[in-house]
Design a protein around this ligand. Structure first.
Ligand SMILES: [Fe+2]
Ligand SMILES: [Fe+2]
Length: 305
């Protein structure tokens, strides 16, 4: 059987990509992160700040993205990849599928390493300090949802989480590599990452088919009710670091709240989630998730279809 991880020893970023090192791009007036992907940067209250302040906001946005990625890879993706690999996923998987999961495990650890590496390099080059980043609230929210919607199914929830995240197509991974306004090192790192993630996407789409096939009808029904909320809650942006960054830029508490309320209005957030999860929904559709009684309605009422 062919696998998306075939050829991993010769193709994976961790096996082939060089360390990406910050060169002279900072001096060429390039941005650290595409402005159009920082939704609050053009809000009138932020646009009115001095250019140096907006530059620091942009740097901190990059830090947040990279730090989120770093934690996410090791705490969420590798938590599930390890289970799949070491035989504690509860699924009867062939050895090849388990070995592939360890390849993904190595990939994600490398993604975490270079995410932090970029943060440190950019901070050294720009002098913009890296605020402390606490991933625990996001992880608690993600796991808390699983515990409330599917009590007693911790492992299944962890596997579903990873399927959702690994089959998303974010505009960050898709657009940054091509964006000539962005500093080269950031583009290169995101391109390296996107190439590995293309293989992971294919692996987890196939994995989900196995997983779903193996579930009892009762569990399928529970899982299909949990999935819309799992997708929504997983993809709702973490605003705590944004709030902190805007405070550091000198906005007072009321202005920060105004910016966030305008920029992250529920409708806009839902549109963003729908766009990045469209391939995930197609996967659900193709596997029959939406044919489970009540499933389509739960997706509709969550505003996802
Ligand atoms: Fe990754
Ligand atoms: Fe991945």
């Amino acid at each position: 059987m062919k696998s998306p991880l075939d050829g991993w020893y010769d193709k994976a970023g961790v096996r082939t990509d060089p360390r990406r090192v910050m060169a002279r791009e900072l001096e060429e007036g390039k941005t650290l992160f595409p402005h159009k992907l920082i939704p609050y940067l053009d809000h009138p209250l932020v646009a009115a700040l001095e250019p140096e302040e907006r530059y620091r906001i942009t740097a901190r946005h990059l830090y947040q993205y990279m730090q989120f990625t770093m934690h996410f890879e090791t705490s969420v993706v590798n938590r599930a990849a390890e289970r799949i690999a070491n035989g504690t996923s509860g699924l009867p998987l062939p050895a090849a599928t388990r070995l592939d999961a360890y390849k993904i495990y190595c990939d994600e650890a490398y993604h975490a390493l270079y995410s932090l590496d970029v943060v440190e390099q950019v901070s050294d080059a720009t002098g913009v300090e890296v605020p402390a980043y606490d991933f625990a609230p996001f992880l608690d929210r993600l796991d808390g949802l699983g515990a409330s919607v599917m009590p007693g199914e911790t492992i299944l929830v962890q596997l579903l989480q990873v399927v959702v995240f690994e089959t998303l197509v974010t505009s960050i991974l898709k657009d940054i590599p091509k964006d000539q306004t962005v500093v080269g090192t950031v583009r290169e790192v995101v391109r390296d990452h996107a190439q590995d993630e293309g293989r992971h996407h294919a692996y987890f789409a196939a994995f989900f088919k196995e997983l779903w096939h193996d579930l009892s009808p009762a569990l399928r029904e529970r899982a299909s009710r949990c999935l819309p909320e799992l997708v929504s809650r997983s993809l709702t942006p973490d605003l705590v670091p944004v709030r902190g960054s805007l405070r550091l830029a000198g906005l007072d508490e009321a202005s920060v709240s105004e910016v966030l309320a305008d920029v992250y209005a529920p409708d806009r957030t839902r549109d963003g989630i729908r766009a990045s999860a469209r391939h995930t929904f197609q996967l659900f559709e193709s596997v029959g998730v939406l044919d489970v009684p009540g499933a389509r309605d739960s997706f509709m009422s969550a505003g996802l279809l």
